[in-house]
Every structure is written in structure tokens, then in C-alpha cells.
Design a protein around this ligand. Structure first.
Ligand code: ATP
Ligand code: MG
Length: 578
């Protein structure tokens, strides 16, 4: 593309709502423009990167025999009612009505539609196995869209669905997708990790996430230092590195004492000289899938130094979504006190006790009376937990759940997620086949997603410097950036045009900045846009018989004779793709 004929507008400043480097750079480079929160237009350069990444994904899936289709974005309510997810998906599912008052939703994911598609055609075990995939726009009404394409409302996903006659086949399909994903993210040149994950409201009982590692990642990953154990913090079992000391047997008398203004664990710890891990805090949640309609209050007890893991609470109750914290008002209604003065004694709701509290004795808790606490409280005597279990967030330094070494923390961006579904959807939707033994059996399924737009932005999060983006060749919108410094000098223009044509003929993507602009502006924009290799073509360089070739990643500059330029570039590009 020649800039003068294209549509490319860079900005000096980023908008105020761009918080992380990749979002800032995408906006400054004119790669994306916001239309509404979480909804964007992909500019020409962005679209090229997206298409290149999609091509990698398609290649790796097609190579493994997966079959591409395209399903509708607008889907009828009836299909979602069959699986119960019309309700279960909650507000995230964008619902709409047509002129006849029929309910539809925008596709947030496509298990229902694909299962319906398959049940219409598949009759016998001879029709299995297969894997159907699509690259498509998804819509989720995210509570807080942010970070540009990282958490959009409208975004592009590659979703694949495998169909097998039995568990062994389904496991093989799962493994094959694991390998495909590994190859896809390797080809991107990304630093990534695969971790055990929660199945969310997709369902099934085995799932793994692929994460691109980045400090700004929304997810915390815990990885063993001594083995290949790795899990998303959401599902990582929490095991203390230091086993709790054996509890003293003496139970002291419980008593109330005044704690005016002490509403946080930190304040209480300071005022009483007790370390936070010996204090006990009570958190209140609504264990309900319809928090707006039905409040189902539960309390979680844990050490003052620990954090509740809402996904563990969700899984304990078999909820579809993590439970929401009660508001201060709701807590007050329940306990007659503010959250900072609450505790388990006299509480008439289910109490989940984290096992970290089990061995504590004679501890302090809120008295359910503003500005008062109880001391010398003991489980069994003063209150009774409904269940004792693992409800806290694991953290760096905890023991690895496989017993090998300690956990180390990383931050990651979830770019891919693979699930073994079993028969969750096929049973509910009666997607059956005639097995060899002449019985009707539900089809074994798996589903596999890659956030296409999120991944492309995550690549930038991993590859940038203070001046701009540093694209890897694999998904760079253009590989070569020609900065034509004197568009009005005929010789420079001629050489640039010829180089442009020759590279294009060779199948190398070229962007040529032929605007009437100062060199300084062009250099800044070239660094911002981030194409892997730049060549400066100007009258002065031509007169000296030397032109500059600059590698974006290293900023290494090489002087090259005009006649050798083409070959040099071709060789460089070839080396990169090895
Ligand atoms: P998250 O936990 O980030 O909300 P999810 O687990 O709900 O994502 P999946 O249902 O596993 O998402 O979807 C498959 C992939 O789609 C994710 O791994 C992610 O890369 C991408 N994705 C999901 N939600 C979004 C979003 N709001 N914006 C951009 N990409 C998304
Ligand atoms: Mg996921």
C-alpha cells in the first residue's frame, strides 16, 4: 500500500481510556477506532494482521483435518432454552427481538447452534468423527469492556467443535487440538504457557487455557518451579508451605470488646498486635445464579491474610457464574452490622470455612455489632461451619499441588481455551448416533476457542518499545516499510517505486510512506507502526550511493548500495521465516 492513496492516520497522543501499551499503540497507530465501549472498527493495518493470524490458525486446523463452516451470528432463543443457557448465561448474552416479537440472541459462543447442525445430519457411527470450526464475530455484553480488543463486547473468535463416538476418540481430538494450539502460538513467536482452567459456563470437566505472558494480563497463573504443574489461580488448589502449628488445647472464654473505627484486617492487626494470618475474616456472597432476583447469602471464613477464591465457591455450589459479594447494605440487613464488624457467631446462613482457619484457636472475629469484635472465638463451641474446604486463592510460595516444589506467579492474557465437554450438549439436545451395537448414543464433544482479535493485541503487549509496535514477521500487516524521504526527487521516487513493485512481485508485503512530510515525521510513524524492516530512500543517500536498512526490533542500521537493496531485503525476510 502507498500511504498517499491509503487510509492511515496516526496520533501523537493516546485517548485517556487507553491504559496499557498495546491499546495505546493500536489507537495511536490508527489500527483501531472505538465506535462504542468494547466495539471497534479495525483499520486497514489491523485487518491485515488479523487476516494473517487467521491464516495461521486455518493452516494448522486444516492440516489436522478440521473443516471450516460459518454459523449465524443471530440465534433463536429456542436452541438456548434446550440447554438452559438462555437463563444461565445471564446478562452477558445480548438478547433481541425481531418484528414478530420472537426472541433471539447474538452468538456469544456456538455450542447450541453447532450441536443442532450436527444432530440433523449425523445418523451413525460411520458419520463420526469430525471437527467443525469457524472464524466469526462474537458478541458478549461484558460488564467492563476495557484494554481495547483485549476485552471487547464484539470480537473475533475462532471456535472449533469436535464430535466423536466415544471418550477415547474425544480425548484424541482434544489432544490434537492441544497440539494445534501449541503450534499456532509457537508460529506467532509468542511466549506462552498452558494452564489448567475452570470450565466456566461452557461446561465439561477438563479444560486448559493458553496464555500469552504479559505483566498487564488479567489472569494470574501459578506455575511450579520444580515440575510442569501450571494452573490458572481460579482453579489452583491452595496448600500452605508452612503447615499450621498444632493448635493449643486450651479454649479461652469468648468475650466482646470495643474496636471503634477498626473496620479492616490491617487496622485490627495493628491495634491488637496480632498478625493478619492469625485473624479471621468473614466475607459474604450471594450463591445465586440470578442475583438480581434471588439473594442466597453465604459466608466464607478465612484467615485475614488470605483472599477468597470466588470460582471455588462457585464450584462448591455448582453455580454457573462466580457469586457476587453482598453489598454493605445487604450485609447490614443480614447481620445488623457493617462488613468490617461482622463474624460467624450467631449467623444463620451456610458458612464455608477455609481449611486455613481450621487449626486456629482463640481468635478474633467481628461481633455483628458495629465497632465491636469477639475474642477467644473457637469453631465447634461458638459457631458451626457448614463445610471446611479449600476456598482461598493460592499464591506464590504455596506448595505445588503435585507435591513438587513451590508455586511461582505469572500474569497472562488468555488467548485460547480448550474444553472436553463429554455429552453435556449432545444429551440435552439429543444429538445421538447409532452405535455399532445398534443402540442410540449421545455424541462425545469438545470445544476449542481462540480469541483472534485479543491474540493480535496480546502480541503487541509482548512486542513493543517506547517508540511503538515491533511486529513479528508472522503477523506484521506489512513486512517492509519504505520511507520515501524525497517524494519530489525523481530518482528517489523511481527507485522506491521499483523496489515497491519488485518486492510485491516477490510476494513480500510493502508499505510505502510517500507522503509529503518531513523525514522526522516519517521515522516516528515508522517506529510507531512497527513493520519489521524499514528502508530509507532519499536524495542524499542516493547521491552517496548508500541507503539505510533498519531492523525495527534491534534498530540495527545497515548501509546498503541501491543495487543490492532488493536482494538484501529478500534474504532478510527469508531468514526471518525460517
Ligand atoms: P475471559 O475469561 O477472558 O472472559 P472466557 O473464558 O469467557 O474469557 P472463552 O469462552 O473461553 O472466554 O472464549 C474463548 C476465547 O475467546 C478466550 O480464550 C479469549 O481469547 C477470547 N475472548 C473471550 N472473551 C473475550 C472478549 N470479551 N474480548 C476478546 N476476546 C475474548
Ligand atoms: Mg476461557
Amino acid at each position: 500500500m502507498k500511504w498517499s492513496k491509503g487510509y492511515l492516520f496516526t496520533l501523537k497522543e493516546a485517548p485517556a481510556d487507553a491504559e496499557i501499551p498495546s491499546h495505546i499503540l493500536l489507537v495511536r497507530g490508527g489500527y483501531i477506532r472505538k465506535v462504542a465501549p468494547g466495539i471497534f472498527t479495525y483499520g486497514h493495518l489491523m485487518w491485515r494482521s488479523i487476516r494473517k493470524f487467521e491464516a495461521i490458525v486455518r493452516e494448522e486446523l486444516n492440516r489436522r483435518g478440521c473443516v471450516e463452516i460459518l454459523m449465524p451470528m443471530v440465534q433463536p432463543r429456542e436452541l438456548w432454552e434446550e440447554t438452559g443457557r438462555w437463563k444461565e448465561m445471564g446478562e452477558g448474552l445480548q438478547k433481541l427481538k425481531n418484528r414478530n416479537d420472537h426472541d433471539f440472541c447474538l452468538g456469544a459462543t456456538h455450542e447450541e447452534v453447532v450441536t443442532d447442525y450436527v444432530r440433523r445430519d449425523v445418523k451413525s457411527y460411520r458419520d463420526l468423527p469430525f471437527n467443525l470450526y469457524q472464524v466469526q464475530t462474537k458478541f458478549r455484553d461484558e460488564i467492563r469492556p476495557r484494554f481495547g480488543l483485549m476485552r471487547g463486547r464484539e470480537f473475533i473468535m475462532k471456535d472449533a467443535y469436535s464430535f466423536d463416538p466415544d471418550v477415547a476418540g474425544a480425548q484424541k481430538s482434544y489432544q490434537q487440538m492441544f497440539e494445534a494450539y501449541t503450534d499456532i502460538f509457537k508460529r506467532l513467536g509468542a511466549r506462552f504457557r498452558v494452564v489448567q482452567a475452570d470450565s466456566g459456563n461452557i461446561g465439561g470437566n477438563q479444560s486448559q487455557e493458553f496464555h500469552i505472558l504479559a505483566d498487564s494480563g488479567e489472569d494470574q497463573l501459578l506455575v511450579s518451579e520444580s515440575s510442569d504443574f501450571a494452573a490458572n489461580i481460579e482453579v489452583c488448589p491452595a496448600i500452605d508451605a508452612q503447615p499450621a502449628a498444632a493448635p493449643s488445647s486450651e479454649l479461652k472464654t469468648m468475650e466482646e470488646f470495643a474496636t471503634p473505627g477498626l473496620r479492616t484486617i490491617e487496622a485490627l492487626a495493628k491495634a491488637t498486635g496480632t498478625p493478619a494470618h492469625q485473624l479471621v475474616k468473614t466475607m459474604y456472597f450471594s450463591a445465586s445464579d440470578e442475583p438480581a432476583k434471588k439473594l442466597n447469602p453465604v459466608a466464607v471464613l478465612l484467615r485475614g491474610s488470605d483472599e477468597v477464591n470466588p470460582v471455588k465457591v462457585k464450584n462448591h455450589f455448582g453455580l454457573s457464574n462466580p457469586p457476587l459479594l453482598l453489598t454493605d447494605e445487604e450485609v447490614r440487613k443480614l447481620t445488623s452490622a457493617s462488613p468490617g464488624s461482622c463474624g460467624p457467631v450467631g449467623l444463620n446462613i451456610p458458612i464455608l470455612m477455609d481449611k486455613g482457619v481450621e487449626n486456629l484457636r482463640n481468635y478474633m472475629v467481628g461481633a455483628n455489632k458495629d465497632d465491636f469484635h469477639l475474642r477467644n472465638v473457637n469453631h465447634g463451641r461458638d459457631y458451626k461451619a457448614t463445610v471446611v474446604g479449600d476456598f482461598r486463592m493460592a499464591r506464590e510460595g504455596d506448595l505445588s499441588p503435585d507435591g513438587k516444589g513451590h508455586l511461582k506467579a505469572f500474569r497472562g492474557i488468555e488467548v485460547g481455551h480448550i474444553f472436553y465437554l463429554g455429552t453435556k450438549y449432545s444429551k440435552k439436545m439429543e444429538a445421538n448416533y447409532l452405535a455399532q451395537d445398534q443402540t442410540q448414543k449421545p455424541i462425545e464433544m469438545g470445544c476449542y476457542g481462540i480469541g483472534i482479535t485479543r491474540t493480535v493485541q496480546a502480541v503487541i503487549e509482548q512486542n513493543h518499545d517506547k517508540d511503538g509496535i515491533i511486529w513479528p514477521v508472522s503477523v506484521a500487516p506489512y513486512v517492509v516499510h519504505i520511507a520515501l524521504l524525497d517524494p519530489d526527487a525523481p530518482e528517489a521516487r523511481q527507485l522506491a517505486d521499483k523496489l515497491y513493485d519488485d518486492l510485491m512481485a516477490k510476494g513480500i508485503d510493502v508499505l510505502m510512506d510517500d507522503r509529503v512530510e518531513r523525514p522526522g515525521v516519517k521515522f516516528k510513524d515508522a517506529d510507531l507502526l512497527g513493520m519489521p524492516l524499514r528502508v530509507n530512500i532519499g536524495a542524499r543517500g542516493l547521491a552517496a550511493g548508500e541507503l539505510e536498512l533498519i531492523e525495527r526490533k534491534t534498530k540495527k542500521t545497515e548501509k546498503v548500495q541501491p543495487g543490492a537493496l532488493f536482494e538484501k531485503i529478500v534474504t532478510w525476510v527469508k531468514e526471518q521465516s525460517i
